[in-house]
Design a binder for this molecule. Sequence first.
Ligand code: GDG
Length: 717
Amino acid sequence: MREGRSVRLERSPGGLVSALDPVLRARGGTWIGWSGLPREETTADAALALPDAPGVRYVDVPLTSHELSAYYHGFSNRTLWPLFHYFVGRTEIDGANWRVYDRVNERFAAATATALGDREAMVWIHDYQLLRAPHHLRRLAPQASLAFFLHVPFPAVDVYRLLPWSRELLRGMLASDHVGFHIHRYATNFLDSAEELLGCTVDRDRQLVHFDGRAVGVGIHPISIDVDEAVRLTAQVPRQPNATRQILGVDRLDYTKGVIERLDAIERLLERYPSYRRRIRFTQVLVPSREHVRTYAELKREIDERVGRINGRFSEDGWTPIRYFARSLDRAELFAAYRGADVALVTPLRDGMNLVAKEYVMSQPEGDGVLVLSELAGAADELQEALMVTPFDPDAVATALHRALSMPADERRARMAALRAHVRTHDVHAWVEGFLRAADVATQRPPQAAEPRSRAVRGRLAPWLAERSRVALLLDYDGTLTPIVDHPDRALLSPETRAVLEDARRNPAVDLILVTGRGLDDIRAKVDIAGITYVASHGFEIAGPGITWRHGAAARWEAVVGETAAELEALRVAGALVERKRYTVAFHYRGVDPAARSAARAAAEAVLRKRRLKVTDGKLVAEGRPPIAWDKGSAVLWVLAQRHGADWPAHLRALYIGDDVTDEDAFRALHGLGRSIRVGDPRTLAESAADEFLPDPDAVRDLLRWCASGASSGQRE
Ligand code: GDG
């Protein structure tokens, strides 16, 4: 809340805050979030505190209005929210919003890393606005244990995969040690997605996903309410018998909550059962929410009109069927409304959990109220004694309402007693404890070694490889077959890797192709194994059995490249190394003092650009190459067609392994045609088109040994 230009803390409505606030107060901790106001309108306060919660620190992550609109109103609320609730038609796809979302998630992770320092604390990340935060935080604070809870549904894989960024978001969540959902169905959907979209090995008995060398726990933790608060607030309300039977709906303004459909059901009830006229009243509390999103303003207008129309149609002297509060009530007023309701109508079209249903149950100590509940709310899994309805059908809801209003007292009390017993023993404290216990177990699980990682990749590749009799292994050199070292001359094959390559070379079912940014003479001298094909100089020169080829246009740049190399050398940057190749020139700044690296890189880039060379960044190397639309991807497709015919995919599998951004061109070119593996840690890579990941050159060698030995016989694991 604004107070002048500073921020005053205020409790906001909504399930999450209602659930966590009491817990954080009881245990102490730091709450990291956004204040609710754009950065431009506030002065920054490092950490805030509430007078009645001295043990809790609140850290504000400021967001500009642009970020707010792209990250929060945009990607969170117009992309993820509708899709996760199965409103596919309302889902907006906008790459710019996605990029801001990821960046803001990174900022939340950075603020968390700062708050953590080097403490090994647990970080509990909440909800769909922060799906990428675990990914960034694992990199920034590797010592922390990360737990994630999703408050909304996780949709079925066929819906989830409509998102162009489904894989990045999954990787984001899987960077956690433990991921929690409200109900079994969401957890199953998540496991299905990890398996299908990322090819993860999933252990369904133990609810584990093997990802990135770790086993990520997946748990079912249905959120609940502060039962003590509910009991206390209920006790403050005197019980008054109602002359008019009261029906109540309480929702945040949202199309997922089914308010329009609910109003239709009320109308249907009054049409079909005229005897209820003058005898019932429906009260709808609608808490304002997301008013900046256009569709919410439209929904509000539609609800206003619908209430007006129904009241206009049925009102009689001294009686209107619908009472409507389009505002937030305070907690006491809210519980007074619950307490006085004979029927609670909780009919979301889709809802992660729905806490209103549980609050209503705890407001009925005499057990006389009836809960009508949508079977599409997560709460339906637990609150099975409610009257279940399918919320899209106003007739069915009207029928259920009639049944609720005419239900005998014995049935009402039996149902309510069972519901109350469940909620009383499954309150928010039980939720937090259950979640934290599961997260602790997940954190203590030992990490998996690199060897099983290559085994998992092998397991996924085996059936695919088995479908063809031959395989082309397309291998990058530096960082893939050899570790990255200080000087390119010192990057040599280990005897083990050399032996594996020689074995592969001898296997007639394997075609070995090396793909490198190095010049042809250089790579040939380093590898020196007869019968290998070399795609050198980023594809500008290719040679091997039966092929000697150079890119014609590239040859015309040789002189420019030479002059550029001389100019880079003339910069005389201490510690830098200029590697002059035939068609490209590389400026290595690994040896430069870290503080001076970015200036050194900028100076080199300026020279390269002046010469009109295309600049690509590798691992502490900036490379200039001719501005020709030809890269490792185009070269690889060309060489495969040369060696195996234009129809090569019909009889050959192509497997590309690389570690660098320039390899991404090949990953993209081969996408769907072959498979690709990127060497590195997917948590620290911005984006990759690779199908699989391996941690380091040792794991690559391990995989190659398996390919080299089994390819001809087809006897793979
Ligand atoms: C998300 C998921 C999931 C309501 N009106 C007032 C008011 N409230 C409080 C209620 C309740 C909370 O807001 C609403 O919780 P819900 O669970 O119904 O819904 P979402 O806000 O959509 O929350 C949901 C939840 O996260 C928790 O995981 O259940 O599925 O969508 O606690 O009491 N509070 C006050 N005045 C009101 O007028 N003070």
